[in-house]
Design a binder for this molecule. Structure first.
Ligand code: SIN
Length: 330
């Protein structure tokens, strides 16, 4: 080969290399993270922390886009969208997986966990870890649990004893256990998306709802609900999920780094959750827009007695082994 021909060949090779390198750089992996809550919530802050860690550590090879407030998908659609590849990360409430597994319904059993430490112990144990992968056969992988906190009951009239809830309409997440829980006190449960709750309360289409202090505060439910009863009757926790197809399709060198950032973001979100359960409760009390009712031990016991039969009702669907392990975690 003549000298000038060799020069031309190496020039072409160099140009091709530069072009393919810039093509690779121009095509970062996009992770769309969709959720339904406000940014100033445990989940909102966890998602933003994940984005921040990826931005800092992965040199633009991965771009995270966070869509809060049901901007991209509501919880009713997000799992289907994930299986279609339209969204890659989400953290729906554990109450929203009924279509995919019955075992996760355990988290909806009323008065099962005494506090969030018990939830944490259960999740770290073998049964909790097994539940993380309980939707694998449906093409979804649980990457971790994220906390929000214990739920309270808000209503248009004071709720002190179960009879106060009789014939009242309560919005619930799409869970049959939650429906049974309200039916157990003679109330009427309505499955509605989170994005509709404020308007339903404001227009008095429903009488009440159940949620955590941070959701009641960030979505301003306390401004349209004159009473909140501090029941701590159930847990609102999340499963951080992705699709098997997306997760296994990630480059092997990036997947562990993405997982590490996610684990750190979840740990951060859990700290935010613990703090918000205290701070947002106080902000709601200080607002004087609503009255927070504390139950006596005897009043609370009436709610426990009325709702606890739901455990037996769902024992076969959930699995007794899971329920026993949850009780032990207390
Ligand atoms: C959420 O915290 O993600 C929403 C909970 C709800 O639907 O009530």
């Amino acid at each position: 080969m003549s000298k000038s021909k060799a020069l031309l060949v190496s020039l072409i090779v160099a140009v091709a290399l530069v072009a393919s390198a810039s093509f690779a750089m121009a095509k970062p992996i996009k992770i769309k993270f969709s959720h339904v809550v406000a940014e100033n919530t445990p989940k909102g802050q966890m998602a933003n922390k994940f984005k921040q860690l990826i931005d800092e550590r992965l040199d633009g090879k991965v771009i995270v886009q966070v869509f809060p407030n049901s901007q991209l998908f509501g919880d009713n659609k997000v799992l289907e969208a994930m299986l279609l590849g339209d969204v890659h990360l989400a953290a729906p409430s554990l109450s929203k997986f009924k279509k995919y597994t019955k075992s996760l319904q355990i988290y909806d059993l009323p008065f099962l966990f005494t506090d969030m430490n018990a939830v944490e112990r259960f999740q770290k144990g073998p049964e909790g870890q097994k539940l993380l992968t309980s939707i694998k056969s449906k093409g979804l992988i649980g990457l971790g649990y994220l906390h929000n906190g214990l739920k309270q009951l808000s209503a248009s009239s004071p709720l002190r004893v179960p009879a106060d809830a009789k014939n009242k309409k309560f919005r619930i997440m799409s869970s049959d256990v939650l429906a049974a829980q309200f039916e157990a006190v003679g109330a009427m449960p309505l499955k509605k998306p989170f994005s509709e709750v404020f308007t339903l309360l404001q227009t008095k289409a429903i009488d009440g709802q159940e949620n955590t202090w941070s959701n009641i505060f960030s979505k301003k439910f306390f401004e349209v609900q004159p009473f909140i009863t501090e029941t701590n009757h159930g847990v609102l926790d999340y499963l951080v999920i992705t699709s098997t197809e997306f997760w296994t399709g990630l480059p092997d060198d990036l997947r562990p780094r993405i997982k590490k950032a996610l684990d750190e973001a979840i740990a951060f979100g859990n700290k935010v959750a613990a703090q918000k359960a205290i701070d947002d409760r106080q902000k709601i009390i200080d607002s004087r827009r609503t009255k927070v009712l504390e139950l006596t031990a005897a009043e609370r016991q009436l709610w426990v007695n009325a709702m606890k039969p739901v455990w037996k009702q769902f024992e076969d669907q959930i699995g007794k082994n899971y329920i026993d392990a949850a009780i032990k975690s207390n």
